[in-house]
Structure formats: C-alpha cells, structure tokens
Design a protein around this ligand. Sequence first.
Ligand code: AMP
Length: 210
Amino acid sequence: MKKRVILMGPPGGGKGTQAKSLTAAMHIPHISTGDMLRAARREGTELGKQADRYISAGQLVPDDLVNGIVAERLSSEKDGYLLDGYPRTIAQADALEAAGEKIDAVVLIDVPDELLVERIVNRESCGQCGAVYHKLTMPSKKPGVCDACGGALVQRADDNEKVVRDRLVAYHAQTQPLVDYYKSRGLLFHINGNAAVDVVFEEIRKALEF
Ligand code: AMP
C-alpha cells in the first residue's frame, strides 16, 4: 500500500470528497492546506489574516507561509498521510523534497475546466466536519444540514464564479507544472475525475494498491 500520498487536481475536481473516503479507508490523516488556512482565518491568527486576502482573490497564498504550516504538521506524521491541495507550486514540491519526505504516489484527479465552474458554484460543505455536497447531483438528505454530523452546510466565500475563474488561472499557471515534475519521478497516477464518485474512488484504490 502506498501511504504517503499527494492528491492533486483543479479546484472543484473532487479532491476533498475523495480525500475523506481515502483517508478513512487507508487509516491515514487527511492534511488539507485549504482547511488549515481556513481554520487559521476563523481563529483570526496572523497567518489567517495574511492568507485571507489571497484566498478571497482566488490566488495562491505565498509559498513560505504554506510551507511553514505543512512542515510543522508533517514532522509529527510518521505513518503516512494524504496531502490534499499541497504542494501547489514547484517551490512547494522542492520544499517537501528538501524536508526529506519520501512520497509514494501522486494522484492527479483530472476534470475539464468547463465542468468545474458548474461543480463549484453548486458546492456546499459542512462548517463542522468538512463533508462536501453538490446541490443538484449530491444533495444532503435534509437541505442545509450535513448527513454525516448534523452540522450546518455553508457555501465557501471563494466558491463563486468570478473567484473560481481566477483559481483556475492559478491552477494552470502554477500547479499544473507539477504534473511533469512528478511524472519524471515516476510517481504520477492520472485519474479521470469526470465520473461518479465511487468510480473515481475505485480507480484511485487500484492505483494506491490498498
Ligand atoms: P482549497 O481548499 O484546496 O481549494 O484551497 C483554497 C484556497 O486556499 C486556495 O485557493 C488558495 O488561496 C489557498 N491554498 C490552499 N492550499 C494552498 C497551497 N498549497 N499553496 C498556496 N495556497 C493554498
């Protein structure tokens, strides 16, 4: 089983949804830099304040800020992890390598741009446990309430059409170069994300051999 895993893909591509199922099945922690930055923002820390203006504008938070929180977190994870949304730049990938982290697999969940905007503007997530829903194709049983924990569902402020388009620009310019970076290291698994959630999960399961 491959236990140090990076999950890559465009915004709205299904990383968060797959990450929840994968980490439960593989018994490894889910480390999402987006979740960590949003938590810092809620807590009003200095990092949260600095990150907020980038997140709200659909831009990437500067590498040194993100590298700092990830390095601190990974130092305590010896038995594997799933990184969701990190690294997002070559500089972040270099920092991970320089820290001596030996990655077993990089899973790219690929979805065409034209489908992503529709997915994101219809997305809502639980403010408590982070479970993700789609208002039309994967709604919660009771509107506005999380099936998993009963928490209130909210729409992320950066999940609107204008910001999503900027996030896509950032993805193609800054994150997509990582595809070749990890392909050249023999670590990349390319998964078609334009399929049902359980079909995508099964493809990833096969790639990660668990
Ligand atoms: P996500 O929840 O992964 O979609 O991330 C939401 C936002 O948080 C992104 O649009 C970025 O502004 C910021 N962010 C999350 N992860 C990173 C990262 N690895 N590097 C830079 N910015 C990040």
